[in-house]
Ligand binder design. Structure first.
Ligand SMILES: NC(=O)c1ccc[n+]([C@@H]2O[C@H](COP(=O)([O-])OP(=O)(O)OC[C@H]3O[C@@H](n4cnc5c(N)ncnc54)[C@H](OP(=O)(O)O)[C@@H]3O)[C@@H](O)[C@H]2O)c1
Length: 323
C-alpha cells in the first residue's frame, strides 16, 4: 500500500509517500481502506521526533483519525462488516491507504457527511467530550472559556458547548479567527495579541476553562474562574513547569486537571466511543455540529499540509484525502 512515511525526524519535507506493508487486522480489529485522514497538532511533534507513537502503532506513519470503508474484519469482530463506512480514532498510521483499528474505536459516518468531513471528527470530539463533559462535568447554563478557539479542538468545543446550552468564550490570535468562532456560536472572543483575556473576562464568571497553552496562563485562568471552577489542560505549548498559588485553589475550591488521549487503554477508548455515539452522534445527525474544514490535501501534499498547520493560519481542520 501507499503511505506517508516520516523518513527521518525533521521538518515537513521528511514526509514522503512510500510503499509500505499492508497491515492485517488482529482478531478484534478491522482493516479500513482510508479515504481521508485528519491532521492533528501532535502529528507535527511526532514528525519532529518529539512524540513517539504508542506501542503497537506504526512508528513512522502519522495520523490519529481516519474515515473510510471497512474491507476486512478480524475473527472476533461483531460490530462491523466489510463494506461499512466508518470514522475511527487510531493510535497512529492514519496517513496511509489502509489502517487497522480495534472495532470499538470506530463510529458510523454521520448521514450526509463526506469522508473528509467524517475524518475531521474523531480526535477532537473524543478529546472535547472526555475532558469537558466527563472530566470537568461541564453543565448546561455554565460559561466555558476555550483557549485556541479556532483550532480543531476549539471549533469542536464551541459547537458541543453551544449544543449543550453552554456559553462559550474563546481566545484567538486574530480577529478573523474570532469572527469565525462567533459564527460557530461563541458568545465572545478575545484577541490575545491585542487584548488581555484576564482583564476582558474578569467579571464574566467562567466555570470551566480548556487550556492548551499552559505557562503564564495558569495564574490568569485561576483568577477568572468562579468558585468551584474547573481548569482542564490538554497541552502546555508555552511551558509545563509553572508556579501555582495554592491559596487561590483553596479559596475558590477550584479543580485543576487534564489528560492525554493517545496513550489511554483500549477499554477506555471503547467506552468513550460508546458514550459519544449515544450523546453526541444524535446532535451531529440533527445538524447541530458543522464540520469546519479549512483545506484538504492529497497524500503527496502531506508536507504542505503540515506547513499550513505549523503556520497556524488555519481555522478548523486540515484533512488529507486519498483519491
Ligand atoms: N491531551 C489530548 O488528549 C489532546 C488531544 C488533541 C489535541 N490536543 C492539543 O490541543 C491543541 C489543539 O490541537 P489541534 O490539533 O486542534 O491544533 P491546531 O488546529 O493546530 O490549533 C492550534 C492552535 O492553537 C493556537 N495557539 C495558541 N498558542 C499557541 C502557541 N504558542 N503555539 C502554537 N499554537 C498556538 C493557534 O491559534 P492562534 O492563532 O489563535 O494562536 C493554533 O491555530 C494542541 O496543542 C494539541 O496538542 C491534546
Amino acid at each position: 500500500m501507499k503511505a506517508v512515511v516520516i523518513t527521518q525526524p525533521g521538518g515537513p519535507e521528511v514526509l514522503q509517500v512510500q510503499e509500505y506493508a499492508t497491515p492485517s487486522p488482529a482478531p478484534d480489529e478491522v482493516l479500513i481502506a482510508v479515504k481521508a485522514a485528519g491532521l492533528n497538532r501532535a502529528d507535527l511533534s511526532q514528525r519532529e521526533g518529539n512524540y513517539p507513537a504508542p506501542p503497537g502503532a506504526p512508528a513512522d506513519i502519522p495520523g490519529m483519525e481516519v474515515a473510510g470503508i471497512i474491507i476486512q474484519c478480524g475473527d472476533a469482530v461483531t460490530l462491523w462488516k466489510p463494506g461499512d463506512n466508518v470514522c475511527a480514532l487510531i493510535a497512529g498510521g492514519g496517513y496511509a491507504e489502509m489502517a487497522t483499528v480495534q472495532e470499538g474505536q470506530c463510529l458510523p459516518i454521520p448521514a450526509g457527511f463526506s469522508f473528509a468531513e467524517a475524518a475531521s471528527l474523531p480526535e477532537t470530539i473524543f478529546t472535547v467530550w472526555s475532558n469537558l463533559f466527563q472530566r470537568a462535568r461541564l453543565q448546561q447554563g455554565e460559561k466555558l472559556l476555550v483557549h485556541g478557539g479556532s483550532s480543531g479542538i476549539g471549533i469542536t468545543a464551541i459547537q458541543l458547548g453551544r449544543a449543550f446550552g453552554v456559553q462559550v468564550f474563546v481566545t484567538v490570535g486574530s480577529d478573523e479567527k474570532g469572527k469565525a468562532c462567533l459564527e460557530l456560536g461563541a458568545k465572545k472572543y478575545v484577541n490575545y495579541k491585542t487584548q488581555d483575556f484576564e482583564q476582558e473576562l474578569a467579571t464574566t464568571g467562567i466555570n470551566v476553562i480548556l487550556d492548551m497553552v499552559g505557562g503564564d496562563y495558569l495564574d490568569k485562568n485561576l483568577n477568572i474562574l468562579s468558585p468551584e471552577g474547573r481548569l482542564v489542560y490538554i497541552n502546555a505549548v508555552e511551558g509545563n513547569e509553572v508556579q501555582l498559588n495554592l491559596f487561590k485553589l483553596m479559596r475558590k475550591r477550584l479543580t485543576v486537571t487534564g489528560s492525554t488521549l493517545r496513550n489511554r487503554e483500549y477499554s477506555y477508548k471503547k467506552a468513550l466511543a460508546l458514550d459519544i455515539h449515544q450523546q453526541v452522534w444524535p446532535l451531529i445527525e440533527a445538524g447541530q455540529y458543522k464540520p469546519v474544514i479549512y483545506k484538504t490535501f492529497s497524500f503527496e501534499e502531506a508536507a504542505e499540509a503540515h506547513r499550513l498547520m505549523q503556520s497556524s493560519r488555519h481555522i478548523g481542520k486540515i484533512i488529507l484525502v486519498n483519491e
